[in-house]
Design a protein. Structure first.
Length: 339
């Protein structure tokens, strides 16, 4: 889930068209989990092929990513590597949540409660190594580059934005700011109409743009202090201090200056606090990558999606033709040459 800064950061609503001609580093795991969560049948069952293999992630990539590229947006997917050791507790806790949600999903199905079943099913999503390999293969057919991070994908995406190789990072989490991304885009691949859980109502989900400089200025803090605020609230690497939300953590850090002084003032401790700060301020990233946006391999994508995973050929071709057409209009220039 990442750190919760939702009560502190000022977001600007955007349209997808606002990001045309921009390279955006997408947190791949975060985005694929969202695809696996929301692209489901009414009873919560994920999309599957005739062999029972989940295809929700592939559906999200081919239809949502081609829509972005057709608008002139240049996504680059950044995949997680080895997680920091301190993330082990969070990973274990997430596994327990999925097991519990699985039981609740099955119970709701037995009772015929489809709305509850779908809500619980969304919490059971698992991203396997095979799904990651499939996603990379499909991205290559689409002509969309991907980067393998040595550790946290969000940290690597932030590094790419800091270097100017990407204009922004795209993620649903706010950790991008703790890792130093200058711009965060939320809801990039997830915009559209969404049904509210347990309610017969829908909301429009639109992209949001948030700038780190604006966040720091509004809060009157440095990036280091923002990291300290996040640690007080709780991150993927620590549980935080009980009872501390974004506003309370912000007030404490601005009053006392840094995490050590804040913890001393309230008589609390956070195990491995210095190591957690170091993960955010000096993350394990690499500058060894190449970004190239290419023409899609339409027939390759058709073979993978239609012949191997039972997608409808007409729908896939229609999605890919949008990308082919926009590149033709660009005079066959590579997308990485767009200004």
């Amino acid at each position: 889930m990442g750190v919760d800064l939702s009560g502190l950061v000022p977001a600007t609503p955007r349209a997808l068209e606002d990001f045309a001609n921009r390279a955006i580093a997408v947190d791949a795991f975060n985005t694929l989990y969202q695809f696996l969560s929301i692209i489901r049948q009414p009873d919560g069952t994920p999309l599957m092929d005739h062999q029972g293999r989940v295809t929700s992630h592939l559906s999200g990539i081919v239809y949502r990513t081609t829509n972005l590229v057709a608008l002139g947006i240049r996504p680059v997917f950044v995949f997680d590597g080895e997680p920091p050791e301190l993330k082990g507790r969070t990973i274990a806790a997430r596994g327990e949540i999925k097991v519990k949600a699985q039981r609740q999903w099955e119970d709701a199905l037995l009772k015929g409660d489809l709305p509850r079943a779908r809500t619980k099913a969304m919490q059971t999503s698992r991203l396997t190594g095979e799904m990651v390999r499939q996603s990379r293969r499909l991205l290559e057919f689409l002509g969309v580059p991907w980067v393998q991070a040595p550790s946290e994908g969000e940290a690597q995406a932030a590094r790419m934005a800091q270097r100017g190789d990407a204009w922004a990072t795209a993620s649903q989490d706010y950790d991008s700011f703790l890792f130093g991304s200058p711009v965060l885009v939320r809801n990039l691949a997830l915009s559209g109409r969404r049904k509210l859980p347990r309610k017969d109502a829908y909301v429009d989900v639109t992209p949001e743009q948030i700038e780190l400089a604006t966040v720091l200025s509004r809060l009157g803090v440095t990036r280091e202090q923002l990291v300290d605020i996040g640690i007080l609230i709780g991150t993927d690497f620590n549980e935080g201090i009980r009872g501390f939300g974004p506003k309370k953590a912000h007030a404490l850090i601005t009053k006392h200056g840094d995490l050590a002084a804040a913890l001393l003032a309230i008589g609390a401790e956070i195990e491995n606090a210095d190591a957690i700060r170091d993960i955010f301020l000096h993350p394990n990233v690499t500058d060894d990558y190449d970004l190239e946006w290419r023409d899609p391999d339409v027939e390759g994508a058709i073979r993978m999606l239609v012949e191997e995973h039972d997608f409808t050929e007409e729908r896939v071709r229609t999605a890919l033709e949008k990308v082919v057409e926009v590149r033709k209009k660009a005079g066959q220039r590579n997308l990485d040459q767009w200004s």
